[in-house]
Design a protein around this ligand. Sequence first.
Ligand code: ADP
Length: 354
Amino acid sequence: MEKKFRKIGVLTSGGDAPGMNAAVRAVTRAALARGVEVMGIYGGYSGLINDKMIELKARSVSNIINRGGTFLYSDRCDEFKTEEGMQKAIETCKKHGIDGIVAIGGDGTFRGATDLSVRGIPTIGIPATIDNDITATENSIGFDTAMNTVLAACDRLRDTCESHARCNVVEVMGRGAGDIALNTAMALGAVAVVIPEVAFDEAACMEKIRRLRADGKRSFLVIVSEGVENFSEGLAKRIQAETGVETKYACLAHTVRGGDPTLSDRVFATKLGVAAVERLLAGESNLVLCQQKSEIVAVDIVYSQCLDRYYKGTLKDGMLEKFSDAEKAEMEKAIAEKKEEFRKYYRMINDIAQ
Ligand code: ADP
């Protein structure tokens, strides 16, 4: 079976995430160790369409395990969503003798991977997004680094808040997911967190800040997920007006995307990169590697996308029909557990902010 694969391609696509380089390195070295050549495709799917790629040798991926961003660059490529673009990409694969692809990115990247798989190019997806918004996996490359970046920035804000007896409202990335906000709020001892998954009780937050200030508390942090749109700056103004506590506002924006990957992200990226090559060379395809109950498992990409849409309430007509009752029940259980986890930790953060 392994003989079928002489050459594979690797690409990074969609939003960049620290640890993508570590994943490319692992994919490259794992393939080379098995006698398989590797092409690094530049700029995600646009590199496949426009034939922008480079052969990766062991030394090509030296000294990148520690670097943020992606040295293969990333892109959002709408042409790839068209049949014409897809055919160009397949022609490029044929021209270079690429027998399979490891696609590193988020849910959009996996939709593209499915399109390649069904047209005869075996593809394995590796989840890399700081937002951790792929429902089938507990973790994604870049998530840990992003949270640590938020932590470092907010620890600095906390120092100055304490000196001046202030509150700081901080907006953090996460797209539609509150994962970064929820976890960092817990790690920072924030007085409140605002996430899309749980309704925010603003009156209770104001009351708590007033009460804690009266009790002598000097500094306050409130973490807001960007998924709660156009909210954080106004909240800062309202906190100052309603509690009398001077309140500043900061949006960390894309600073949260950059920086050296943490140990956790490097280890995760390395494990996923090696597992992707093993699966691809074993003849598997159209899978996304996920972490579930701390284990790395392979999930059918279409199942993963359906679960994601089910969770996010964006299912299209007929999507669920492909799945058995047992699979639907499994999805519903996973969704209920994830939602309950958000509620549980949201309550916990509020309970211990005293
Ligand atoms: P992410 O992978 O981080 O979710 P995007 O949603 O921007 O990022 O997707 C990355 C790329 O994947 C897109 O620019 C496009 O090339 C490809 N892609 C996204 N959706 C589809 C789709 N429905 N069909 C084919 N390719 C897609």
